[in-house]
Design a protein around this ligand. Structure first.
Ligand code: PLP
Length: 369
């Protein structure tokens, strides 16, 4: 069996878990701080705060913008439902945009075409670890005075013009779900270069409490001026993230080697489509597109190869959104084509090139039948 994903949490984690068990500092401790510092260094962001998931980070980011009820937010039609849910939690109105047919990413031209005076924010996604046209989008947002939030759930290690993604918008939110480039089980982080925004997120993730534990004059003495949540990350989770992040440059090299191997092996297969090699992608997965998606998927599963789909249903046509917005399928031709055609092939440091060759051989055999 070739797994779809395998974690790379260093064995040293057991010693740290034991240390945390002994001290009893399960939260508010040094590992959260170490992880945040390391994350700032890795991404080049000025500020960073860990949260319980990327969804929590997106929710807090959109809330911190302080937008009026029913303000319009542009969201790509091809993403995890967490992206649009975050806007819905904040009582905003989602406007879905069709994506690029080959990369599945949000498109600059669609943003320009669909922006109106009601548009107050744009949430972009760097799908599969491939950066969208973020520099152009940022410039457009600045001109139009629109907030930009980057969903970087797939994009740890992804750069765009030498800058780590997540640094273009007011916030960048990352996920540490088990299939992601590094995992904490569940977990996420918000990065920003805006001090005021950072302090807002920090308060909102901890009930809206106005003072950190360390800053309280008397234990338990604090005030709450805004409605917040409990979206904190534990020390155990932070320690897991920290150990993987310290090795991430090596992990990233391996991910890129795997992507190159897929490209080399699959370039002669005329029935599939994929993007050319991008040295700045972090290759969350290796996506391929084919008209025979379901039968190829079944063939690979039968051959005990772990595969997935990102994503099989476009967001506007998930029942919740379909009922709420009643949108016309003709406006989402690319997204629907992408949803019906994509297969995610595995990419992770422990995947051997021999296994990549095996996966590619099975794909070739399928098309030769
Ligand atoms: C694009 C995207 N955004 C957001 C999320 C939500 O991340 P989390 O599971 O950490 O809340 C995911 C989850 O996989 C995702 O793929």
């Amino acid at each position: 069996m070739i797994a779809f994903s395998k974690h790379s949490v260093p064995k040293k984690i057991k010693n740290i878990f034991n240390e945390i068990l002994k001290t009893g500092w399960f939260t508010h401790g040094k590992y959260t701080e170490y992880f945040e510092n390391e994350f700032k260094k890795f991404t080049g962001a000025k500020y960073c705060t860990v949260v319980s998931s990327c969804t929590a980070g997106l929710h807090l980011s959109i809330l911190a913008l302080g937008l009026k009820k029913n303000s319009e937010v542009l969201v790509p039609a091809m993403s995890h439902t967490a992206t649009s849910h975050a806007a819905e939690y904040a009582n905003l109105k989602v406007k879905f945009l069709d994506v690029d047919h080959k990369s599945g990413n949000i498109q600059y031209n669609e943003i320009v075409k669909n922006t109106s005076k009601n548009t107050k924010a744009i949430m972009v996604v760097h799908l599969n670890g491939n950066a969208c046209e973020i520099k152009k989008i940022k410039k457009f947002c600045e001109e139009k005075k629109i907030f930009l939030i980057e969903d970087c759930a797939h994009a740890l290690g992804t750069k765009h013009q030498n800058k780590h993604v997540g640094n273009y918008g007011i916030s960048g939110c990352f996920s540490f779900y088990p299939t992601k480039q590094i995992t904490t089980g569940e977990g996420g982080v918000v990065i920003t270069n805006n001090k005021n925004f950072y302090h807002q997120i920090k308060k909102l993730k901890a009930f809206g409490i106005d003072k950190d534990i360390k800053d309280r004059k008397l234990p338990g003495k604090y005030d709450v001026k805004k409605l917040g949540f409990n979206y904190r990350m534990t020390e155990l989770h932070a320690a897991m993230g920290l150990l993987q992040l310290q090795k991430y440059n090596n992990f990233l090299k391996k991910r890129k080697q795997i992507a190159k191997r897929y490209i080399k092996n699959l370039s002669e297969v005329v029935h599939i489509n994929f993007n050319s090699y991008d040295k700045d992608s972090s290759y969350f997965i290796f996506p391929i597109l084919t008209k025979l998606r379901n039968s190829l998927l079944k063939h690979l599963i039968k051959k005990k190869i772990g595969v997935s789909i990102h994503y099989a249903t476009t967001l506007p046509f998930m029942t919740y959104y379909k009922k709420k917005y009643n949108l016309d399928k003709r406006k989402y031709k690319n997204s629907i084509l992408y949803a019906n055609g994509n297969i995610s092939l595995p990419v992770y440091p422990k995947l051997s090139l021999k296994d990549v060759d095996k996966i590619c051989l099975e794909i070739k055999k399928f098309f030769k039948k």
